[in-house]
Design a protein around this ligand. Structure first.
Ligand code: NZQ
Ligand code: ZN
Length: 379
């Protein structure tokens, strides 16, 4: 097991009606908030009204930045920065899924020294401080609510990049499972795929740590058990609560403490697909993961076998991979490009983008010669 420093400063407020803590938490954090949210789901499901009420009751001034896109772009972050500077806001409240929270994290970094969001993502400028961030999670998927990472897209440069900084940990994250009742079936499924993918990225990372691997296996087993339940009964508190905490736990550090790093090659592949075709993040991963496992079948046979034994009660690597394919398909997430109308004519474009982005991963490094094989598996 490796040495490690356990650092996670985010205070998580989990549970029924934890949304009612927002006003008090905001009041203790600042006086004027930049409220960031997405394309309007929070107005349709009543979350917006609850938040505005909480903030008004606690005399928090609110400036709104709405319209963060799913698969968010750096330009929105720069615009949010300008608004925050102009209006002198002293904290950011992000209400949404990973796209909103990620945008809020980078906005929090660029405001204090008026930096450019993309320069931060590429490492060109190095931020040193950030505005405090409070998140109100509305979709269980990315784990962004309890980690230091953010992912943004730049369409001109054809890039989707991840970035991490200790100042990006939210100060508070409110995880109220009832806020996810309105997430439609498809995004509920994509969120489950994403959390399983995060667990697997850790599993196939570098370093040996038995407890980390056991946590991963448990996260995957529980997700597979709760997925059909939550899809059948989206307003069941217990089902939503379990999926929510599974998603947070899959990427808040506990799956890699004691190991060196996760792999993240499948996320690299998924980011190419989202970038080119605006595919929801989770859907890109249900296509990419089985293909990657097929490529790694010989290299990681023992580990894939063990995973199969633990999760699907099977003993062959092929059966484990079919197990994941069958599960993703059953919950309605695509496992082949053809299912989402990406035909053979697009393969050259995908290959070109994979080369341009140097799709690799940190541990099981992919090479250019692997790309056509992966594309064939994904087809
Ligand atoms: O935009 P609105 O109207 O809010 O609608 C959203 C969006 O259309 C909707 N939604 C969210 N909460 C809802 C809801 N609809 C109804 N009821 C609710 N309660 O869901 C759609 C998807 O939202 P989004 O935030 O895009 O999804 P997700 O949470 O999956 O985030 C995806 C982004 O996170 C990045 C991905 O790359 C992608 O850009 N990731 C971030 C990570 C991190 N920071 O650690 C790690 C991940 O691997 C991932 O890469
Ligand atoms: Zn992910």
């Amino acid at each position: 097991m490796n040495n490690f420093t356990y650092f996670n400063p985010t205070k998580v407020h989990f549970g029924r009606e934890s949304i009612n803590k927002l006003g008090d938490l905001a009041q203790k954090t600042g006086s004027k908030a930049l409220l960031m949210y997405g394309g309007g789901s929070i107005k349709n499901n009543g979350i917006y009204d609850k938040i505005i009420h909480q903030l008004a009751e606690n005399s928090i001034e609110v400036v709104e930045y709405a319209g963060i896109k799913s698969n968010p772009v750096y330009q929105d972050v720069n615009s949010a920065r300008d608004l925050a500077i102009k209006t002198n806001t002293d904290m950011i409240i992000a209400v949404g899924g990973g796209s909103v929270i990620d945008s809020a994290k980078i906005a929090a970094l660029v405001v204090p020294e008026k930096m450019d969001a993309w320069d931060i993502m590429t490492g060109k400028t190095k931020p040193t401080k950030a505005l405090p961030i409070i998140t109100v999670l509305t979709l269980a998927a990315t784990g962004s609510e309890m980690n230091q990472f953010a992912v943004l897209q730049n369409h001109e440069e054809k890039a989707k990049k991840g970035f991490g900084h200790p100042a990006c940990y939210p100060k508070h994250s409110i995880l109220d499972p009832e806020l996810t009742y309105s997430v439609p079936k498809d995004y509920t499924a994509y969120g489950i795929v994403d959390l399983i993918a995060h667990a697997l990225e850790a599993y196939f990372g570098d370093g040996e740590c038995g407890i980390a691997d056991r946590i991963v296996e448990s996260i995957i087993k529980e997700s597979i058990a709760f997925a059909p339940k939550v899809l059948n009964e989206p307003n069941n508190y217990d089902y939503r609560a379990n999926i929510m905490w599974l998603a947070t736990s899959a990427l808040n550090g506990i799956t890699t403490y004691g190991k060196t790093t996760g792999d993240w090659g499948v996320h690299d592949i998924g980011h190419v697909l989202s970038l080119l075709y605006d595919i929801p993040h989770g859907a890109s991963l249900s296509i990419a993961y089985p293909a990657w496992l097929k490529l790694m079948k010989n290299k990681h046979e023992d580990k894939i076998n063990r995973l199969g034994e633990e999760v699907f009660d099977c003993f062959q690597a092929d059966d484990t991979i079919s197990g994941f394919e069958g599960f993703f398909k059953a919950i309605g997430s695509p496992i082949r490009l053809s299912e989402i109308n990406i035909g053979k004519e697009k393969h050259t474009e995908i290959l070109k983008q994979m080369k341009l982005n140097k799709v690799s991963g940190y541990v099981n490094k992919l090479e250019e010669k692997n790309y056509p094989v992966l594309i064939d598996f994904m087809a």
